[in-house]
Design a protein around this ligand. Structure first.
Ligand code: SF4
Length: 93
């Protein structure tokens, strides 16, 4: 039996979010995020903290380029950000 999804004021929280930037795929595991915002320091045009203080993609997220996406995903202290490249190669964490 699985635990019910956590619920916020806007309804159930999406635990995994994915966004593609060109050949790169970023996945946020929101169950791991502790909300310190290191990723936002690296790529504020991609990530934001939602009303619960958990990382999410900005609605208007723009591609910051490969190097800054790498830096942002590698900056996460709890490995909540997965970055996959061509062919599903894991680039971060
Ligand atoms: S760096 Fe990691 S823990 Fe910090 S806000 Fe981003 S996803 Fe969450």
């Amino acid at each position: 039996m699985s635990a019910p999804a956590p619920s916020g004021p806007a309804g159930p929280v999406q635990e995994i979010e994915e966004r593609r930037f060109g050949p790169l795929l970023v996945r946020i595991d929101r169950t791991l995020c502790v909300g310190f915002g290191d990723c936002i320091d690296e790529a504020a045009e991609v990530f934001e903290l939602d009303a619960e203080g958990i990382c999410a993609f900005r609605a208007d997220a723009r591609d910051p380029g490969r190097e800054r996406l790498l830096a942002a995903c590698r900056s996460c202290p709890v490995d909540a950000l997965l970055l996959l490249g061509d062919g599903g190669v894991q680039l971060a964490p």
